[in-house]
Design a protein around this ligand. Structure first.
Ligand code: SF4
Length: 371
């Protein structure tokens, strides 16, 4: 039974286009959501199916006409896939403004991909003060206006309902992370599928499937990984990377990955004004390289999580040319090593076909952790 559930996650994670076609055939409209924090609750409440667009493992060709070589491959591959028609049929693409690369992506998209409107979500740098919350709310109001232009209908009560659905999804994702940590038989590939499939299923459907998985896993006794690791980065979905973790006997006991647990850490608070509650949620969010924080509390969280979950080391999976992550890496290394937690760094991008250097790095790291 558990293998059937993992097979379902794998099928969805590896065939997003089939999922999109399914929703469109059901008469639903799909709105693409780019990294890192798009307001899925708003999109969902207005009658659309939000679907993650974090690029894909493709060679870059047409996108090079628009992007300098030093833009990260996630942004470039989103543009490439858009120009290739891979997202055709989607009603819009929402791009948040949380890093400089994402700011340029929307402008390029407008000219390069004509059939799918670009909706900007402009977040404030200072999200905590009242003026930051007002700014966030104004950004959401702009998104709502653009979604209304493509047939969406906004209603405060519907948004409150969607927030509950998303909070429930957050809760099960946090729970499945905890449960998998105690089940070393779950592979890194399987764990990646559980998280990646969340981008391509409705929150309700994904919640139900994750609940089934948790129930099945909890029927078997918990175990302890010989070599638990914490993985940190923006994206860690490359199958070859996860296969190497499995080959090395490394079990992911927690992650600080933008496409994984960072999405599910913060719930929308209760309140009569659901849109205000959404803005308050963004104010409350923390511990991410793209969320401004002079104290870099994220770094301590990584070290504390590694200790709490009994991890032997931290693997930082660096997306090449990702400035926000590159700035944080030296601090992560310093703080974790001071806490007695070894750190390894591997670099990835969406065009990578050769993973031998990563294999060698992780082999050495495994040997170090085994000593
Ligand atoms: S990987 Fe880094 S540079 Fe690229 S879009 Fe994400 S945060 Fe921005």
């Amino acid at each position: 039974m558990v293998n059937e559930i993992f097979a379902k996650f794998h099928e969805v994670a590896t065939s997003p286009r089939a999922q999109m076609d399914k929703y469109i055939a059901e008469g639903k409209k799909v709105v693409l959501t780019a990294p890192v924090y798009t307001p899925g609750e708003i999109i969902h409440s207005m009658g659309f199916v939000p679907m993650g667009a974090w690029g894909g493992d493709v060679q870059l060709d047409k996108a090079k006409e628009y992007c300098p070589a030093f833009l990260c491959s996630i942004a470039q591959s989103i543009l490439e896939l858009g120009m290739d028609g891979v997202y055709d049929g989607a009603s819009a693409l929402v791009i948040p403004s949380l890093c400089d690369t994402l700011k340029t992506l929307g402008q390029n998209w407008k000219y390069a991909v004509k059939g799918i409107p670009f909706i900007p979500m402009t977040y404030p740098q200072n999200r905590k003060p009242d003026y930051g919350v007002k700014f966030t709310r104004a950004g959401y109001e702009r998104v709502i206006k653009d979604l209304e232009a493509i047939g969406g209908v906004f209603d405060n009560a519907a948004l409150a309902e969607s927030c509950k659905i998303y909070n429930k999804h957050n809760e099960v994702m946090r729970k499945v992370d905890e449960v998998i940590a105690k089940h070393p038989e779950v592979t890194a590939v399987q764990r990646s599928d559980v998280f990646k499939s969340a981008f391509f299923m409705s929150a309700e459907e994904h919640t139900a499937l994750v609940e089934e998985l948790i129930a099945e896993l909890e029927k078997t006794p918990a175990g302890e990984a010989d070599m638990g690791i914490v993985v940190s980065g923006i994206l860690t979905d490359a199958p070859q990377l996860n296969e190497i973790f499995d080959e090395m006997g490394m079990h992911i006991v927690a992650d600080d990955v933008a496409a994984q647990s960072r999405q599910y850490r913060t719930d929308v608070p209760c309140g009569d004004d659901a849109l205000q509650a959404m803005a308050e949620k963004f104010k409350a969010m923390d511990n991410c390289s793209v969320l401004y924080d002079v104290e870099k509390k994220r770094v301590q969280l990584i070290a504390d999580t590694a200790k709490a979950r009994g991890a032997k080391g931290v693997v930082v999976v660096m997306t090449k040319f990702c400035d926000p992550e590159e700035f944080d890496y030296p601090i992560i290394k310093r703080v974790c090593e001071a806490a007695g937690i070894p750190v390894a760094l591997v670099e990835v991008d969406r065009q990578m076909v050769q993973f031998e250097q990563i294999r060698t790095n992780l082999e050495t790291f495994r040997d170090m952790l085994s000593m």
